[in-house]
Design a protein around this ligand. Structure first.
Ligand SMILES: [Cu+2]
Length: 149
């Protein structure tokens, strides 16, 4: 105990620096999750690279067991709107090994790189994943978007 007390003044700055580092490491990771929860907007790049996908829920706040639509926005790497894509959407909860209870469909092109996705219903709380297969000019791009309900 005596030794610890003696060491404490030396250790304290290190402990404080560690705590500050932890805050710095975790704060950026938490910020996007909180923002996504408020506006129900999620985004991800594509594989192969070239597209960026942004999805905005038309149900706000996002909740379980409610059929709702999303707007999918596609942009190329220069930020230009991407039209004429064919989009297939699948979803599920990877941790539970099950898919969506519905089969969402892109039903309409809304202009300006935006597509209407209808028929989404999340039937339980937890971590969900939406997988988009985007066919554009003979290439299939894949994009995975995550959300927490
Ligand atoms: Cu589940």
């Amino acid at each position: 105990m005596k030794i610890l007390l003696h060491l404490l003044p030396h250790l304290l700055p290190k402990i404080l620096i560690s705590a500050a580092l932890l805050v710095c490491l975790f704060a950026p990771a938490m910020a996007p999750a909180m923002a996504a929860e408020m506006v129900a907007e999620i985004s991800a790049p594509s594989s192969p690279a070239g597209l960026s996908v942004t999805m905005t829920s038309q149900l706000s706040p996002l909740s379980i067991n409610q059929m709702h639509s999303w707007e999918i926005r596609l942009q190329d790497s220069d930020g230009n709107a991407v039209a004429d894509a064919e989009i297939e959407v699948r979803g599920g909860m990877p941790a539970h090994n099950h898919g969506l209870a519905t089969q969402p469909q892109v039903t309409r092109y809304l202009g300006d790189g935006r597509y209407l996705l209808q028929g989404v219903r999340f039937h339980m709380a937890g971590a969900w994943e939406l997988q988009l297969l985007i066919n554009l000019n003979g290439t299939t791009y894949r994009s995975v978007l995550n959300l927490e309900l």
